[in-house]
Design a protein. Structure first.
Length: 368
C-alpha cells in the first residue's frame, strides 16, 4: 500500500498506529508529545510509565486510549548536534523500529510526524530525506498505508538543491507559458524581471506603431502575407528488414487503450506487476482493477505514476497518459513539475511527491 504526505494534526489521524516523538523518560514533553497526551487522556501517561526509559532510536508501543487509533508507538529521536554523533543512523532507526512494531501488531496504517525536527533541531531537508528513504525501503517488501503528517508549512522543507531546481524549471516553463498566453510572446532565456520589462517595451512599441499607421499610407506590417508554396509529396520508404520493435514503435503501432498498453509495457520490462505498482505508490487492489478491466480509466495522477514507475521519457509518457485522455502542458504547474523530474531522469515517487506537496499540488499514486 502507498505512502502519502498529508497536512493535518497527527492527533486527528484515524489510523491503526500513531507515532509519538516521545521523551526518553516517562514524562510529557512538548510539541507532538504534548498534543498526543492531551488528546489520549491521562491513561496514556500511566501506560508510558510502565515502559520506563526508552533509548534514543528505539520505540515502544501502548494503547491509544482516546485517540482515533489503536496504538501509540513512542519513539525517541536524536537531538541534532553537528551530524557526527550518529544522528542520521539514530533517526533512521526510529522509523525502522516503529514500522517493525506496527507490522508485529498487524497494523494496516501508520502515521508519522517528521521526527526530531522540532525542539531537537534536526535539519528538516535531511530529516525528510531520511524519513522518505526509510519508509520507501520498508514498503518495497511490506504492505501498509504510511502517512507522513505535516502540521504547518514551516515543518516541511525540501533540500535547497531540489527546491531551486524545481523553482527554476517552473519559472522557465510555467510562468513563460502564462506570459505567452497573456501577452503573445515568449521570454526565451529571460527571468521574470526581464519579462516584465520586455512587456512594457512591447506595449510602448505597439502603441507607437498604431500611432504611425493611423491615417497614413498602409504600413508594411499590414500587407497581405505571401501565399505559401505548395508542399511536395513526401517519399515513403520501406524496409524489409525484420527487427524487434522499439518502444516507440510499440506505442505507435497500437490503438490499444491505457490498460492494454500499460500491460504490454510492463511485459516488455520483464518486471513483475508488484515491482511497478509498488514503485508507482499505488496499492495491489488498485492495480488489479487496471489489469482486470481493459476499459479502466485511471485518474491523471495514477496514469502519470505508472508512467514514472516504467521510467518512460517525456514523449512516451505523453503517449501512455494520452490513451487515458490526459496531456502534459506548460499551462499547469503540476505538469511542469512532472516534466522537470522526467527531464532529470529522477523517477523516485517519494522525491516527486515531496516536491508536489511543497508547491501545493496533487500527489501521485496514494490518493489516485
Amino acid at each position: 500500500m502507498p505512502f502519502e504526505i498529508v497536512r493535518n494534526d497527527i492527533v486527528n489521524m484515524s489510523v491503526d498506529a500513531i507515532v509519538n516523538t516521545a521523551n526518553p523518560r516517562p514524562q510529557i514533553g512538548y510539541g507532538v508529545d504534548a498534543g498526543i497526551h492531551r488528546k489520549a487522556g491521562p491513561k496514556l501517561l500511566e501506560a508510558r510509565k510502565k515502559i520506563g526509559k526508552i533509548r534514543v532510536g528505539d520505540a515502544a508501543i501502548t494503547p491509544a486510549f482516546d485517540l482515533p487509533a489503536r496504538y501509540v508507538i513512542h519513539t525517541v529521536g536524536p537531538v541534532w548536534q553537528d551530524g557526527s554523533h550518529s544522528e542520521e543512523k539514530l533517526l533512521r532507526s526510529c522509523y525502522q523500529r516503529s514500522l517493525k512494531l506496527a507490522k508485529r501488531y498487524r497494523c494496516q496504517s501508520i502515521a508519522f510526524p517528521l521526527i526530531s525536527t522540532g525542539n531537537y533541531g534536526f535539519p528538516k531537508p535531511l530529516a525528510l530525506q531520511i524519513a522518505m528513504n526509510t519508509i520507501s525501503e520498508f514498503l518495497l517488501n511490506n504492505e501498509m498505508q504510511v502517512y507522513l503528517v505535516v502540521f504547518s508549512r514551516d515543518a516541511f522543507q525540501l533540500s535547497e538543491k531540489l527546491f531551486q531546481g524545481v523553482s527554476s524549471f517552473i519559472d522557465e516553463n510555467y510562468i513563460r507559458e502564462k506570459t505567452l498566453q497573456q501577452y503573445g510572446f515568449e521570454g526565451e532565456g529571460e527571468g521574470i524581471a526581464d519579462l516584465q520589462e520586455r512587456i512594457i517595451r512591447e506595449r510602448i512599441s505597439r502603441r507607437q506603431e498604431d500611432t504611425a499607421c493611423y491615417g497614413a499610407a498602409p504600413c508594411e506590417t499590414m500587407a497581405a502575407p505571401p501565399k505559401p508554396e505548395p508542399k511536395r509529396a513526401e517519399k515513403k520508404t520501406f524496409s524489409l528488414r525484420k527487427a524487434k520493435p522499439s518502444l516507440a514503435q510499440l506505442l505507435a503501432e497500437t490503438d490499444a487503450g491505457f490498460s492494454e498498453t500499460l500491460l504490454k509495457l510492463i511485459d516488455r520490462t520483464g518486471k513483475k506487476d508488484s515491482d511497478i505498482y509498488t514503485k508507482a505508490n499505488i496499492s495491489r487492489q488498485h492495480f488489479s482493477k487496471i489489469r482486470n478491466n481493459p476499459d479502466y480509466k485511471p485518474t491523471k495522477t495514477t496514469a502519470i505514476a505508472l508512467a514514472l514507475a516504467l521510467e518512460l521519457d517525456l514523449e512516451q509518457t505523453r503517449d501512455l497518459i494520452g490513451r487515458a485522455g490526459y496531456a502534459l502542458t506548460n499551462s499547469s504547474k503540476f505538469d511542469v513539475i512532472i516534466m522537470y523530474f522526467i527531464r532529470e531522469k529522477n523517477y523516485n515517487l517519494f522525491d516527486i511527491n515531496a516536491a508536489l506537496f511543497e508547491f501545493d499540488q496533487s500527489l501521485l499514486g496514494a490518493t489516485s
